[in-house]
Design a binder for this molecule. Structure first.
Ligand SMILES: Cc1cc2nc3c(=O)[nH]c(=O)nc-3n(C[C@H](O)[C@H](O)[C@H](O)COP(=O)(O)O)c2cc1C
Length: 415
């Protein structure tokens, strides 16, 4: 389950293009995430995909005609549109885009779109020339001006054999846009959050480095959860194998020094910094300019401390969250880190039980309270809990700064 999707009503309108098959995957992911997905297929879409596939995956009726029975519970397209939290048209053909722009309502999809006050996401997919035709461009402009979110298309090989712009965006990207859209009024709406993730690599010579087992999973989950809570997110990541989150700004770094520089720049305008990256504590004092040869029986590498990023970030008003991955005396080390780095929140977990795993058992530490032990949870769920705490801290910090601003600007009493 993905919290921002749970029990949300999403109308998925599928029109008649080859890319319709990709939206089967989207319907499945949305349903697995907890959303209630009502699929509408145009007549042309029926040439490419079947209602049964969508029905089996969403476990809900699939709509193909305007003229279906109305009953005590439902007035067809009117109820469907009125109850939706979001309407997504994917793939959107040139034809359906034109109809949406002109407000035509001659099939189940377009009539529901007109009857739907919820936000509209349109994911165009078509031949390169159809996409670049002035008519299609004008129609997309109209929809954009009216508040619709247009996602894609991407460039690449097209069904026609041509290479160009017109490919439907991948379902993962659409899913991210849907999540961000549903979460836009969430507890972090209007906030800027910086998340660091993954390991750093400290070079030994041009081809070797010192690093650690961090997979980036926790940090990426945090970036997605903060995005889903309405924040504008900057993710500063060391090298990982993971798919990058969509709808967040991504900054790639290799070393601790590069990460420090990126964090300093990003926190200038941020409300919160979540330092989840497993930053190397030491780096080789000297980087060999050429590959070190296998000539010595033993090789010693002098190491020096890397910059302490969390301690170096001093911006007043910034909510600072740290992570401690320890192999012994977890709470003791966690508390020491919380105090030494003046953190608002510290997430402590056992490094061996956490790094590279799907799940984690964490403790939440703050200056005011006893450590709170959370159960073993998928990192995506843990990320949602941490983001809730961050949202509370950001709100409290804003309230405090408003009070102190008010006090500073209050008119002095007349003497
Ligand atoms: C094999 C095939 C693939 C097609 N792919 C697309 C497409 O990707 N995008 C598009 O705009 N139209 C495509 N069309 C044309 C549409 O199916 C046609 O314009 C249809 O009227 C669209 O109806 P709808 O918008 O109601 O679904 C394709 C047609 C065929 C025969």
């Amino acid at each position: 389950m993905i919290r921002v999707l749970r029990d949300r009503r999403i109308v998925l309108g599928v029109s008649g293009g080859i890319a319709a098959y990709k939206c089967i995957e989207l319907a499945r992911a949305l349903t697995q995430g907890g959303a209630l997905v009502d699929v509408i297929l145009t007549e042309a879409a029926l040439q490419f995909v079947t209602p049964l596939t969508f029905q089996a995956l969403t476990r809900r009726p699939v709509h193909t005609t305007v003229f279906e029975a109305w009953d005590a519970r439902s007035a067809g397209h009117v109820t469907l549109g009125a109850e939706a939290d979001l309407i997504v048209v994917a793939p959107a053909t040139a034809n359906v885009i034109a109809k949406l722009a002109y407000g035509l309502a001659d099939d189940a999809l377009t009539v529901t779109a007109l009857a739907c006050p919820a936000p509209l996401i349109v994911a165009p997919a078509m031949d390169h020339h159809m996409y670049h035709h002035p008519a299609t461009q004008a129609n997309l402009r109209t929809l954009r001006e009216r508040g619709a979110v247009i996602v894609g298309p991407e460039s690449g090989p097209l069904a026609s054999g041509m290479v160009g712009e017109g490919r439907l965006v991948e379902p993962e990207r659409l899913l991210a846009v849907i999540r961000a859209m549903l979460g836009r009024h969430g507890p972090l709406a209007g906030a800027r959050v910086v998340v660091t993730a993954g390991p750093t690599r400290e070079p030994i010579d041009p081809i070797r480095f010192i690093s650690n087992h961090s997979s980036g999973r926790m940090g990426y989950a945090l970036a997605e959860a903060a995005r889903d809570a309405g924040a504008q997110v900057t993710l500063i990541t060391g090298p990982t194998e993971r798919q990058l989150p969509f709808e967040v700004e991504v900054v790639h770094v290799q070393t601790a020094a590069e990460m420090a520089e990126a964090v300093q720049a990003a926190v200038e305008t941020a409300d919160a910094l979540i330092m989840c990256a497993a930053v190397a504590d030491y780096r080789p004092s000297r980087v060999a300019p050429e590959k070190i040869k296998k000539t010595e029986e033993q090789l010693s590498l002098p190491l020096e401390r890397t910059i302490d990023i969390l301690a170096s970030v001093q911006r007043p008003g910034l909510v600072k969250v740290g992570f401690a991955a320890e192999t012994e005396r977890l709470l003791e080390h966690g508390r020491a880190k919380l105090e030494a780095k003046r953190l608002d929140l510290l997430v402590a977990n056992d490094a061996r039980e956490t790094m590279g795993r799907e799940e984690s058992q964490a403790y939440l530490l703050t200056a005011e309270r006893e450590p709170e032990a959370l159960p073993r949870l998928p990192k995506t769920v843990l990320a949602e809990i941490i983001v809730d705490r961050v949202a509370r801290l950001v709100r409290a910090r804003r309230a405090t700064s408003e009070v102190s601003d008010g006090a500073a600007t209050a008119t002095p009493p007349a003497s």
